[in-house]
Design a protein around this ligand. Structure first.
Ligand SMILES: Cc1cc2nc3c(=O)[nH]c(=O)nc-3n(C[C@H](O)[C@H](O)[C@H](O)COP(=O)(O)OP(=O)(O)OC[C@H]3O[C@@H](n4cnc5c(N)ncnc54)[C@H](O)[C@@H]3O)c2cc1C
Length: 618
């Protein structure tokens, strides 16, 4: 709101520099004064108090002794307000990205309506938000009831809605959409879709790269299901019931209020629990597992539109182990019961180390530390190695505050400029840029609360990079990890010799412990290694290089791509996945059939059919 208020004052001050032969009391004879009058006229139809606020705030600013209001301030009178307006506008825009409201289809179906909405937000956002705040505090109850009813109707049903995921790789045009605000609404939405004879898929935040979400039938947006109920009554086994659309950020905040946290998690904070508990997501650390492994129960709406609870008590362990990486097939998730832990701190150490030394010491490094995570920026001799260990040491001041977030924002903005735009123009500059990038990384030790170490990189939402990841069981001596690493270096070099630099961000390596969930490469005993590549833009050769690496990494028996990352473009990938799954494919389908949540495969979409349908040719 404050940035919008500054933007408003900057805009009107800028306009006030242009003289006009029409005097407005207190505001003078200038375009800014007339614009304020027009704004007052605009707001008077909505609310008298807000109208008064527009007039009062602007007039107070205009008559302040040091205010640069009105003509006669020279070039600075134009330039300074314009710079302030742009900066405040950009801040407001990125605050919007940061808080990530996903259902963009609600912003107005017609581009003209959307443009009007944006103009309104950019120009009068401060007054709009003030009015909203007042309404929330009980001002104009009748209007609130009308707006609530309007919102409910808008959210309940939409038709022919186009949707695209964050990475802009997977899209659909849904015949029917609904954004339930309560679990009753969710039940209604599923029944309504079924009564129309439609298949149903759900969008959490849409951060999955693969086409797991799209359905041209019915799409349900679960982002308004955001209630959290913490149960810390058993101090040794705290749990939390979380509605499907709760984001990691909301969950972390609520858990922290109770001195609790997730024992492991993904990096991104704007994903929603139902999304991360459906796709086999993971963090880092040999004592960790997949997010699905933290699930104690799912409350789902089945294909008949009935609410039911899936837990080991109600359906048994095998079915739960399938549902814990259910890809949205075990019904529409309404709520999830998660195991959580008392908050603790970790010592996080970032070091620069030669790749050869790191590879040699890898077994002992992984043995010694709770977590070892590696980042290699191609064409560098060294790697960034992060170790994480539980500690009782006090939290250091250099934590995840304003400066880290600002630094992350600038790093990501630089990545967009350099690795997307510049390398597109001059691809051969990629190695030099990656070396500079490595040089600029801060290497230090910090003591953090565990969630800060999970979500160490902020603002990733602004840079939709490409991403492919494969998981496999690490050999006892890490020989297959070393091979995966060496293959990456060799392939990157071979492409560079051809003048191609498609891997223009990083190779990331993480290790996790064993998992119970049937469809993950981490299933069963032993440590799992996840190797992941990320690239910006779509540099020449990205599809060939990522396919080549993916297929090479998948040679390890049991290896599988991450379900929500990019893999659909890799030739022959589905037969490899099915071979890696072995009998777990049939076990998964049997577990899915047994509780009868979806006898007609209502919750399947084309990608799931391609991956799992025993009758679909691979
Ligand atoms: C920048 C970035 C960083 C990431 N970091 C990591 C990481 O560290 N580790 C990792 O493992 N992954 C990571 N991922 C991947 C990400 O965690 C997964 O793609 C996750 O599934 C996305 O969550 P979402 O809320 O966007 O879900 P969506 O992509 O919207 O949905 C994922 C799946 O869940 C299903 N689903 C969603 N809600 C429901 C519901 N209510 N009922 C039934 N099914 C539902 C959807 O249909 C879909 O099949 C990252 C992704 C990005 C973009």
């Amino acid at each position: 709101m404050w940035t919008n208020a500054i933007a408003w004052l900057a805009l009107t001050t800028f306009l006030s520099q242009i003289p006009l032969p029409l005097n407005v009391p207190l505001l003078g004879a200038n375009v800014g004064a007339v614009f304020v009058l027009l704004s007052v006229a605009y707001w008077i139809f909505a609310d008298a108090l807000t109208t008064l606020l527009v007039a009062l705030v602007t007039t107070t600013w205009a008559v302040l002794p040091l205010s640069p209001w009105g003509p006669d301030h020279g070039v600075a009178g134009f330039v300074v307000p314009l710079v302030v307006f742009t900066a405040a506008g950009l801040t407001a825009r990125y605050a919007h990205v940061y808080h990530h409201e996903h259902a963009s289809f609600l912003n107005g179906a017609h581009p003209f309506d959307a443009a009007l909405d944006t103009t309104h937000a950019v120009v009068w956002g401060a007054f709009h938000f003030t009015l909203e705040g007042l309404l929330r505090e009980g001002y104009r109850r009748k209007l609130v009831a009308e707006l609530d009813e309007h919102e409910r109707r808008t959210l309940r049903t939409g038709e022919q809605v186009r949707w695209i995921n964050w990475a802009r790789l997977a899209s659909c045009r849904a015949r029917f959409v609904s954004t339930p605000q309560s679990i009753e609404d969710l039940v209604w939405a599923v029944r309504e879709a079924r009564s129309r004879g439609l298949h149903v898929r759900v969008v959490a935040s849409g951060f999955s790269w693969s086409s797991l979400v799209p359905s041209d039938d019915a799409l349900i947006f679960c982002e308004r299901l955001n209630r959290i109920t913490v149960d810390a009554s058993d101090g040794a086994h705290p749990t939390v019931w979380v509605e499907a659309g709760v984001t990691n950020r909301e969950l972390n905040r609520e858990l922290a209020r109770h001195g609790l946290c997730m024992p492991w998690n993904v990096v991104l904070e704007t994903v929603r629990v139902a999304g991360i508990a459906s796709t086999g997501t993971h963090g880092t650390g040999k004592l960790t597992s997949t997010v699905g492994d933290l699930v104690l129960a799912f409350e789902v709406v089945d294909a008949a539109g009935e609410l039911r609870v899936l837990s080991e008590e109600t359906v048994g362990a095998e079915i739960m182990n399938a549902a814990r990486l259910g890809l949205g097939l075990f019904g529409v998730i309404a709520r999830i019961k998660l195991r959580v832990v008392p908050m603790y701190r970790v010592r996080q150490t970032d070091q620069r180390i030669a790749a050869t030394e790191m590879l040699e010491r890898l077994p002992s490094l992984v043995e010694t530390h709770d977590s070892v995570e590696l980042y290699w920026f191609p064409f560098n001799r060294d790697v960034w190695m992060r170790t994480i260990d539980r500690t009782d040491a006090p939290r250091t001041s250099a934590s995840h505050g304003f400066w880290l977030r600002t630094l992350n924002f600038l790093q990501n903005a630089a990545a967009i400029v350099f690795f997307d735009f510049v390398t597109k123009l001059v691809p051969a500059i990629t190695p030099a840029l990656l070396r500079v990038g490595m040089f600029m990384l801060p290497f230090r030790t910090r003591v953090l609360d565990l969630p800060e170490s999970h979500h160490y990189h902020h603002w990733i939402e602004i840079m939709p990079a490409g991403c492919l990841e494969v998981g496999f069981k690490a050999d006892a001596d890490f020989a297959n990890v070393r091979r995966a690493w060496a293959t990456t270096e060799r392939v990157v070099d071979a492409y560079a010799k051809r003048g191609l630099y498609p891997l223009n961000i990083s190779l990331n390596v993480r290790f996790i412990g064993s998992s119970r969930t049937l469809l993950t490469p981490a299933y069963g005993a032993g440590m799992t290694c996840y190797v992941e590549i990320m690239w910006m833009g779509r540099p020449k050769g990205w599809a060939e290089l990522s396919s080549e690496l993916c297929r090479a990494w998948l040679e390890v028996p049991g290896a599988m791509p991450h379900w929500s990352k990019e893999f659909e473009h890799v030739p022959g990938v589905v037969p490899i996945i099915r071979a890696s799954l072995g009998d777990r494919h049939a076990r998964f389908l049997a577990a899915l059939a047994k509780p009868g949540v979806d006898p007609d495969r209502t919750f399947w979409n084309p990608l799931v059919h391609r991956l799992l349908d025993e009758t679909t040719p691979t």
